[in-house]
Ligand binder design. Sequence first.
Ligand code: MSP
Length: 658
Amino acid sequence: MKPTFYVTTPIYYPNDKLHIGHAYTTVAADAIARYKRLRGYDVFFLTGTDEHGLKIQQRAEQAGLPPKAFLDPIIAWIQDLWQKLDISYDDFIRTTEDRHERVVEQIFERLLQQGDIYLSEYQGWYCTPCESYWAERELVDGKCPQCGREVQFVREESYFFRMSKYVDRLLQYYEENPGFIEPVSRKTEMIRNFIEPGLQDLCVSRTSFDWGVHVPSNPKHVVYVWLDALVNYISAIGYLSDDPAQRAKFDRYWPADVHVVGKDIVRFHAVYWPIILMALGLPLPKKVFGHGFFLVKGGKMSKSKGNVIDPLTLVNRYGRDAFRYFLLREIPFGQDGTFTPEGMVERLNYDLANDFGNLVHRTAAMLNRFNDGVVPAPGALTDVDSALHQLAAEVKAKVDASMDELQFSVALAELWNLVRAANKYIDDCQPWKLNKDGDRDRLATVLYHMVEAIRVSTILVQPFMTEAPQVIREQFGFGEDAFTWDSALMGLGPSGQRVPEREPLFPRLDVEKEIEILTEMTTSAGEARADQKAENPAGASAKEATTVVHKDEIGIDVFDQVELRVGQVMACEKHPNADKLLVLQVDLGSEQRQIVSGIAKYYQPDELVGKKVVVVANLKPVKLRGQASLGMILCASEGDTLSIVTVPDSMPNGAIVK
Ligand code: MSP
């Protein structure tokens, strides 16, 4: 029997259309699901919508519609979006479905009976857009600490969940399962911000509105939306179902292998959800991955700022493969990043049109020009062929390792090493010359290897792209056996098949025009051009600007581990074996050190002598092209410019920088 893999996205609030940030969560989960299927797992991939709560009730009232009538077209729009993005979910759950509501009711009553839920009175603050309760001390300037919006004071009879009872068991679970919350910084955040200050019992019902699951034994209470929503992960797969086939599904897939969520809702998934499951006596999910945010210039996307990026507009313009590739290639999964038009155009032009698309296009063209369109059988291999074989095997292993860690951008970067190496292989082997010289044997081997590199890359790109792989497969006549994940190694593919020429898969974009269109799309119109000019007065080319990746937040304790000191460059010369490196002798007050730095392109050795610089003094020593380097010199860089960070001459050597 196949091993199982259960992956979920959060269920989305259908109070508005979804934006590129929502698409990000879903495309990421889809890439995991596709990867695991390709690896032979029996995958269950769940997504859906979170349809109860005051916010939806208010929106429906504004629209003059009953909530369900207000919701249905939005849900249809969301499902259509997922279809356009080729999201391969196995089930889509709506919290307004009977199969879900009945489970929420039963769970609530059970927790009430066993004393985990008790009746009391809630007094405190509530943020309706976030559907979150906040204590007075948690507010920031009297506003919601999560979204910065107004909060309402609420005082009402409520049920509470005894969270505090389970804290020790939760911490023990964290300790015994170090991979439970990833990235690890989010675990630290959970412990520091929510558990250490003392986990409060959670208010789990409301009486001031109606739109939700009513508590059967006390129907004036509506179940808190988050308790309602989290239950979707088990109601969808048949927990407490009357149907034995559904219950068997639950037994098969639970516990979930990974809940993919944005960083803003890690708290609900990594603190409250495991506690609810403990109270129900159910096993806990294996992992909660809290990815970072897709930001736009000016911070978060919001309707009021007019900077919401509609995923459909991008898909319609660039195609779904390009959009999916961009989302997962651009930002390391787990970190925040800012969407820029330049970053997107650059990725599409360089990675897709120039590298991947070109590899496919030129290979088909050369097969047709030099061999009547037929893939020849290879002859004896030379060292360059073997090197490509080896690289492909290494890349596959690295793609597997990165995918298992949900590091999509790393997997794609590795894969593109193969794509680029294949293009270089063509440039080095010069099939046009082999053809001219009549070296048919060598030409056959080279053409075969070009096709093989395409086959391997295309198999490995399947978690990310859904259209191009099928087009390439059909064009190049790769049969089923030659398209399995395990067959993604050079030399296992067929020969003898005829390959037609086709239009390029990824057309090259006109950079200026595209940036203008994207800027228009992603910023409120007038502001956009003014901002762009202010930021880019010299008209810097698209190539220089890329997406900004923000690293994870760290505590001062982590920053404190870095020892920064003022140093003075006493001598500097070119590295004997590397054009890019300079070898500097730096005085740190109590000692003199050698530091090798990759700044030869920006400075002549003489220019640096006497300069006061900032040195990372506690970096592990390394050897760079045979020269010891004991530290690092801080530099600022942007595009093609770089400048060392200096301090005034009056600052003594060895002074601490912090
Ligand atoms: N309904 C809750 C989830 C309940 S799960 C039991 C919810 N819905 S949401 O529609 O607001 O958000 C859905 C997902 O989209 C979350 O993972 C959220 O973090 C993610 N994103 C929303 N905006 C985002 C960005 N700008 N960037 C990346 N992800 C973002 O929360």
